[in-house]
Design a protein around this ligand. Structure first.
Ligand code: NAD
Length: 250
């Protein structure tokens, strides 16, 4: 597959860890130039590192400007950075709601807004949001995450219609649980919210809605993003690209 994306440039957010890291590595392997944007690029991610707190509107604009300055073009935006907070609605802190909506919904909007002229100039612009199966269905105790991810589905549908005559596609990859620090970090909170011992959380909470009782690997999500970024992804626009181990089949 190496080289099929050669000559094109991407911006990937949340690229220091988990899915974003795997996506940046896969796009580099395909021959792309990649700006790896993260709150903590010091952790060492693939691609050209760019430090940004994407809950700040200006940081999103600066990240797009940095990609254009470095590469002179921008063909693919992968809006991936994310955090989670698990708490019942009556205890859910407003501050966590605001952070999650800023990072999961407002950041993708701002990245698309600022990258739009470059994506248009590309002739084959691609906007890919890493949404979630939680953009399609809900789970308890995740009010902010589920709301923001549903919003991202609305955003890519809108972008798909606006991009249709400009050669720009917009999609939302919707994975079920992927083996990353984001999932590992919520085990303690899930145990508390569900009143279960931590060792039972993976089987009884996390994998319970999966028909296939296995975590997805970050490299598998990265392969889907590379497909969407490449020529064969041309007809995918305005849709969730669901990879959910059978979760929504019920
Ligand atoms: N892991 C899963 O099961 C799963 C499933 C479906 C969707 N997702 C989505 O995939 C995306 C990546 O998740 P992951 O599991 O790889 O998480 P992760 O915790 O491994 O990585 C997230 C990255 O985002 C960065 N980040 C956090 N806050 C930031 C900020 N304010 N500004 C810039 N960067 C910031 C972190 O530093 C980290 O490198 C998220 O949008 C998540 O919602 C994850």
């Amino acid at each position: 597959m190496s080289g099929e994306l050669a000559g094109r440039a991407a911006l990937v957010t949340g690229a220091a860890s988990g899915i974003g890291r795997a996506v940046a590595a896969r796009l580099l392997d395909g021959g792309m130039e990649v700006l790896s944007v993260d709150l903590r690029p010091d952790q060492g991610g693939p691609g050209v590192p760019h430090q940004a707190d994407l809950t700040s509107p200006e940081a999103n604009e600066r990240a797009v400007a940095a990609a254009l300055e470095r590469f002179g073009r921008l063909d693919v935006v992968v809006a991936n950075a994310g955090v989670q907070h698990v708490a019942p609605i009556e205890e859910f802190p407003l501050e966590r709601w605001q952070t999650i909506v800023s990072l999961l919904l407002t950041s993708p909007f701002l990245l698309a807004k600022h990258a739009w002229p470059a994506l248009r100039a590309s002739g084959h612009g691609r906007f890919v949001a890493i949404a979630s199966v939680h953009g399609l269905v809900a789970s308890p105790f995740k009010a902010a995450y589920v709301s923001a991810k549903h919003g991202v589905l609305g955003l890519v549908k809108t972008l798909a219609l606006e991009g249709a005559s400009e050669g720009i596609t917009a999609t939302a990859v919707c994975p079920a649980y992927v083996r990353t620090p984001l999932v590992e970090k919520q085990i303690a909170d899930q145990a508390k919210a569900h009143k279960l011992p931590e060792e039972q959380v993976l089987e009884q909470v996390i994998l319970a809605p999966h028909a296939v009782k296995e975590l997805i690997e970050p490299s598998e999500v990265a392969e889907v993003v590379a497909f969407l970024a490449g020529p064969a992804g041309r007809a995918f626009t305005g849709v969730p690209v669901t990879m959910d181990q059978g979760w929504t089949a019920r």
